[in-house]
Design a protein around this ligand. Structure first.
Ligand SMILES: [Zn+2]
Length: 74
């Protein structure tokens, strides 16, 4: 019986015979739905791929230069 490992927890997940790319499997450990992304060897990955959609809120750092004047030498 073919099996693969969960990318999240390394749980061994058995697949049905003759798995195909795009097959959905379920990891009972993560309770996550996984997709077969490769069959030779079998690889699983999360089907949603929207991480890049997350807006990076750290990109715009507020630059305040007030502090620069604080340390004036006289
Ligand atoms: Zn898992």
């Amino acid at each position: 019986m073919p099996y693969a490992f969960c990318p999240g927890c390394d749980q061994r997940i058995f697949l049905r015979k003759d798995p195909k790319v795009g097959d959905m499997v379920y990891c009972p450990n993560c309770e996550d739905q996984l997709e077969v992304v490769a069959v030779d060897p079998i690889e699983l990955d999360w089907p949603w791929d929207e991480d890049e959609d997350e807006t990076t809120e750290w990109e715009e750092e507020e630059e305040e230069d007030e502090w620069e004047d604080e340390d004036e030498e006289e």
